[in-house]
Design a protein around this ligand. Sequence first.
Ligand SMILES: Nc1ncnc2c1ncn2[C@@H]1O[C@H](COP(=O)(O)OP(=O)(O)OP(=O)(O)O)[C@@H](O)[C@H]1O
Ligand SMILES: [Mg+2]
Length: 263
Amino acid sequence: MSSSVASQAIDYGEASVVRDEDRSNPIAVRFDHVCKTYKLYKNDRQRLLATFSNRVKCDTINASDDLTFECRRGEALALLGDNGAGKSTALKMITGVCFPTSGRIEVHGRVSALLELSAGFDMRLSGMENVRLRCQLWGLSKGESEELIPGIVEFSELGKYIDQPMRTYSSGMRARLGFAFASSIRPDILVVDEALSVGDRKFAAKCRKRVSSIMEKEGVTVLFVTHSTSQAKQFCSRGIVLSHGKTLFSGGIDDAVEFYENT
Ligand SMILES: Nc1ncnc2c1ncn2[C@@H]1O[C@H](COP(=O)(O)OP(=O)(O)OP(=O)(O)O)[C@@H](O)[C@H]1O
Ligand SMILES: [Mg+2]
């Protein structure tokens, strides 16, 4: 690995997450025996008490259970599995929205996520101010931002609302702006959860078209969660099938779909 590549390694006790922008690494994402355990308390009072005492009883669920897989650079990998299989949890750990309980995750490249689109905006600022802020956080130069922003604004179809505080937006309008930004910034790794439905029917169709065009571009690594086996076959070359947080199958997309449909 080149020593000039900025790298971040975070230890969470038994778990570790390594992130860098090493585009020469043939692996874009690696999960090594990753577990993510959620604690389920009977009520909010029990949850609160648990912050003071470790004697509060709770159930646990393994959303990821010894999950091991790799996604190679430039590859489009489908994550298949029934409801509750752990697909979104895996994506969220890649984006850093949640962290593993144990195991190791490596992410080599800049990630843009088409999930939780409304998260992270400052509601006191206008849409335009939020977009400028995100461009800065993404590390874009002023010139790069100025080049990108008109396209983001146009795609969002927010019209004059782009200069209004985001607290005045409907939830669909926030998601539109989130989608417009996340899909415009040319990431190394794109994470897409199909469950995503943005705005009204017309806008959702426009979003699907944009996702298809990004996924068809070479060089972008895609992790695609879908229940549609035809879409998985259309966009992805490999697939993994998850069940109860575990990988049941990993292989070529046709074999993965066949396995998924027959289990
Ligand atoms: N914040 C949370 N607290 C408790 N349990 C959670 C939490 N998030 C997810 N889970 C549980 O983890 C398991 C995996 O959830 P996840 O959302 O990853 O499934 P999924 O494969 O994306 O399902 P779907 O196809 O329905 O989107 C489920 O049993 C879910 O209830
Ligand atoms: Mg999901």
